[in-house]
Design a protein around this ligand. Structure first.
Ligand SMILES: *Cc1c(COP(=O)(O)O)cnc(C)c1O
Length: 437
């Protein structure tokens, strides 16, 4: 292996000019230790770092690269769009076409584009509060909705608790209006509504949590949330920034709501819909969305919202994401999970592999299903750390944290899957050693 000297040199330079040497914390490898790899190039299923190491990429930029890296049709469309000008500060055609594609794939009637998932959830919550005239919001422990003040909260000690700021810099007042509940816990939801129902503006949840590892909703849980909200005049906000256009052509809603016959009042999207560029959106029921400025009184805006290059990348990505692509993603995800299970069984590592559509993760050091954040915290992080580094040394790039999902891409072919399979056996043995030690 070429080593990681050039990555280390870049990391030293980066730390001199940026906190932690990164622009988003998980990239710094704090949870797993070692030198973050600085990537130079991505092509299909593979990443190449600045030292010349190659990796099968199972992070896919945390979701956006559904088709793999540098898909020629996407690059060509971006090149053409950029050549026509990169931002106008006026409406443009690509943002309309992308909105039409989103409306066609999901239950939302209208969408508003923004530039990040954080902005999408922040704006959806403002709209929910504006529409209902209520202040309280309900979220679940372990669900991540971006770094919005009111949503960056930790649960207190009880089952139904008002949130505590999850970081310095957030006034207690910003989180005091947020109720934090254990995920998948219907009784906690019922209790929260019994006590505070008339003040609750919305429930926001990941459609299938992927930010504490993959923790799918128990059967009927999302439907229960939708019904509970409706019964109390609150809005159901489904955060599909991670799952949207990834786990099916219409996101996780395509796997539960579409079959069960319910729809969220508001939804948030990001990641895949930007095709690797900063583009995100929120959308929902027409009468609610028409409350947004300039039609209604709820203010929301953005200089680069609907940017023509970003929306072209997203639109081209979605148009290429056909039913065949989703079938392939499901198949590849199933194959990798089966290979991981086999390697971990052979090495005698206790594990749970869980999935929500093609989103999945591997919890080491436990065998019980993970249904909430407390369960996710009961996995072995030392085991994951050893497993992660062995996979990295064998040329597979996994999320550098045990609390993240693995992301597949359509570019994963037989060669890439072979490389993953070869890496898994020694990595499972490394995890076994870490657990034994
Ligand atoms: C990534 C993510 C966000 C935040 O999106 P950013 O673009 O990073 O701000 C919000 N919600 C969920 C479910 C996510 O996975």
């Amino acid at each position: 292996m070429p080593g990681s000297e050039i990555s280390q040199t870049l990391f030293d330079r980066a730390r001199a000019v940026s906190p932690g040497g990164v622009n988003s914390p998980v990239r710094a490898f704090r949870a797993v230790g070692g030198t973050p790899r600085f990537m130079r190039e991505g092509k299909g299923a593979w990443l190449t770092d600045v030292d010349g190491n190659t990796y099968v990429d199972l992070v896919a930029s945390w979701g956006p690269m559904l088709l793999g890296h540098a898909r020629p049709e996407v690059i060509e469309a971006v090149r053409e769009a950029a050549a026509r000008g990169t931002s106008f500060g006026t409406p443009s055609e690509p943002e309309v076409a992308l909105a039409e594609e989103i409306v066609a794939r999901t239950p939302v009637d209208l969408v508003r584009m923004v530039s990040s998932g954080t902005e999408a959830t922040m704006s959806a919550i403002r709209l929910a509060r504006g529409w209902t005239g209520r202040d309280l919001i309900v979220k679940f422990a372990g669900c991540y909705h971006g770094h919005v003040d009111a949503l960056l909260v930790e649960a207190g000690s009880g089952v139904v608790t008002f949130g505590l700021p999850g970081t310095p810099g957030i006034p207690t007042a910003s989180t005091a209006q947020t109720l934090v509940l254990p995920y998948n816990d219907r009784e906690a939801v019922a209790a929260a509504f019994a006590e505070h129902g008339a003040q609750i503006a919305c429930v926001i949840t990941e459609a299938a949590p992927g930010n504490m590892g993959a923790v799918p909703p128990l059967p009927g849980f999302n439907e229960f949330l939708a019904q509970t909200c409706r019964a109390h005049g609150a809005l159901f906000v489904s955060d599909e920034v991670m799952t949207g256009f990834r786990v099916s052509r219409s996101g996780h809603w395509g796997l539960d709501g579409a079959r069960e016959g319910w729809a969220p009042d508001l939804m948030t999207f990001g990641k895949v819909m930007g095709g690797g560029f900063p583009a995100a959106a929120f959308g929902g029921r027409e009468e609610i969305m028409r409350q947004l400025a300039p039609e209604g009184p709820v203010y929301q805006a953005g200089t680069l919202s609907g940017n023509p290059v970003a929306t072209t990348a997203g639109l081209t990505t979605l148009r290429l994401a056909t039913d065949d692509v989703y079938a392939h993603l499901d198949q590849v995800a199933g194959t990798i999970q089966a290979m991981a299970v086999k390697a971990l069984e052979t090495a005698g590592v206790p594990h749970v592999v869980q999935s929500a559509g093609n989103l999945f993760s591997v919890f080491l050091g436990r065998t019980e299903p993970v249904v909430d954040f407390a369960d996710a915290q009961a996995q072995s992080q030392p085991a994951y750390k050893a497993f992660f580094h062995a996979m990295l040394d064998h040329g597979v790039y996994l999320p550098p944290s045990a609390f993240e999902a693995w992301f597949v891409s359509d570019a994963l072919d037989a060669d890439a899957l072979d490389a993953v399979e070869r890496a898994l056996a020694p990595s499972a043995r490394a995890a076994a050693e870490a657990l034994g030690a």
